[in-house]
Ligand binder design. Structure first.
Ligand code: 5AD
Ligand code: SF4
Length: 474
């Protein structure tokens, strides 16, 4: 084993390990099951992999349905109100199941738990919830479970401030060939609509050596594709004792043998450096895909959102990315219905969509989040108006995506087969280097491999093609 892999485990990691062992002994022979539901972003999805890893080490197996699980866990999101309403709805539904199965325990964690009003409400009105913990308490999960099983009251553990990053939590991955790796936590940007900085805390970067050690271990386990995760990866490393740039990290990850694709999420346009664009151009393992949240195309709204860039600056970044990496796919996040937005502002957003020619986008209607500056702006937009604008944005996006995808017909994309197609078992579904969703004929033995696929058809949100001869793993 390499020396780095043998690095001493943190004290916290050891405490968690001991708690996992005690849980495994306590429930030995009881066939305990769990079901985790994850809402929100990739960070949450990755946190859930860690929670599942801890439960699996404690001897729990995954249940098919949460109604049958002994431990129901919700990893929540609070970025938009809808996700919160869904959790309350499910809790009401599960109350009846819990009455019938006294062994059932319900636990809630994630961003929503960092909101004081939510915890108050859970404590007062949802006493059948057994455990509540926040985004900074994940590494205490096994110990908290023990406390929950010992107590006959609701266990709540929340820290409003994260002072450490705990390394070496076990995790269960959905795919054997790809994995996500956190490179930083928190966000310091304070966009005026966003609750993330309040619930995820200040920006903290992991040390490059810890990240590289984790990726080497993953590569040894057979992982080929890595996604580096952070709320704002472009500012990675700035506040480390020995500062390092995100671009430098990409060069280092590129050197790791066995890894053939490197992706990352998310970038903030204001911090995008020429050094990063050069790294994208010069590192063949770094995939030609850039997720660059736009939010709005109007300078006036961008200023009110505290985004620190203009429409012209955003378009210039896209131009420079395309110049450096011609095949690059650019995707984005767009929001409409922000306080004070007008028809004219929406037109600006539509014009950026047409000029930037996005390959895909997540679109959102602004959701008022208590505690953020924009929540108290007087000029809130009626839901019906925001919906009309949302539909226009969607229609323009689809036109652009259709045009972009049509240009790909007849071209060969290198697609990593990820799974059997859910509708047609003779097809595989995968992601091209550009992160485009591609379906093609294939068999399960190809899953995990990179296959050259010639594109025959485009369907706005995905492509259909057929495998062609030629170099694999290109
Ligand atoms: N309302 C709607 N969308 C939001 N987002 C963040 N906060 C809000 C909010 N209050 C969107 C942004 C961000 C994405 C992850 O979620 O577009 O980029
Ligand atoms: Fe929220 Fe802005 Fe930070 Fe993204 S950059 S997490 S939108 S505050």
């Amino acid at each position: 084993m390499r020396e780095e892999i043998m690095a001493p485990r943190s004290e916290r990691g050891l405490q968690q390990e001991a708690a996992i062992k005690r849980l495994a002994e306590r429930f030995s022979g009881q066939n305990m099951t769990y079901r985790i539901t994850t809402l929100g972003c990739q960070m949450n999805a990755h946190d859930s992999e860690k929670l599942a890893g801890i439960l699996s080490d404690a001897g729990f197996t995954e249940a098919e349905r949460e109604e049958d699980a002994d431990l129901v866990l919700y990893n929540t999101c609070c970025v938009r109100e809808n996700a919160e309403l869904k959790v309350y709805g499910r809790l009401g539904y599960l109350k009846g199941y819990k009455r019938r199965n006294p062994k059932m325990r319900i636990a809630l964690c994630g961003c929503m738990m960092q909101e004081p009003t939510v915890v108050e409400k859970l404590n007062k009105s949802y006493p059948w919830v057994d455990l509540v913990f926040g985004t900074h308490n994940l590494y205490r999960f096994a110990e908290l479970l023990e406390e929950m099983y010992d107590a006959d009251r609701q266990v709540i553990e929340l820290w409003d401030k994260a002072d450490r990053i705990v390394e070496d939590l076990p995790s269960i991955r959905k795919h054997t060939f790809k994995a996500s790796v956190n490179i930083m936590f928190g966000c310091d940007n304070f966009c005026t609509y966003c609750i993330v900085p309040y619930v995820r805390g200040r920006e903290r970067s992991r040390k490059p050596e810890d990240i590289l050690r984790e990726i080497r271990t993953l590569a040894d386990e057979g992982v080929r594709e890595i996604e580096l995760l952070g709320q704002n990866v472009n500012s990675y490393g700035k506040n480390l004792e020995e500062p390092v740039s995100f671009a430098k990290l990409l060069y280092e990850v590129s050197k790791i043998e066995g890894i053939d694709r490197i992706r990352f999420m998310t970038s903030h346009p204001k911090d995008l450096s020429d050094e990063l664009i050069a790294a994208m151009r010069d590192c063949p393992k770094v995939c030609p895909h850039f997720h660059l949240p736009l939010q709005s195309g109007s300078d006036r709204i961008l200023a009110r959102m505290n985004r620190h860039y203009t429409k012209a600056q955003y378009l210039d970044i896209v131009r420079r990315l395309r110049e450096a990496v011609p095949e690059i796919a650019v995707t984005t996040d767009i929001m409409t219905g922000f306080p004070g937005e007008t028809e004219e502002d929406v037109e600006d957003t539509l014009s950026v969509i047409r000029e930037a020619r996005f390959d895909n986008a997540f679109t959102f209607i602004y959701s008022r989040r208590v505690g953020t500056p924009a929540a108290s702006y007087p000029d809130q937009i009626p839901e019906e108006t925001a919906k009309v604008w949302f539909d226009r944005i969607h229609k323009t996006l689809e036109d652009v995506m259709n045009a972009r995808n049509t240009e790909r017909i007849g071209k060969t994309l290198y697609v990593r087969a990820e799974e059997i197609n859910s509708h047609d078992k003779s097809m595989l579904t995968g992601r091209s280097a550009e992160n485009l969703l591609v379906h093609f004929k294939g068999d399960p033995s190809q899953i995990g491999r990179i296959i050259p696929v010639e594109i025959d058809e485009q369907m706005t949100y995905y492509l259909i093609g057929h495998p062609v001869g030629g170099p694999c793993n290109a």
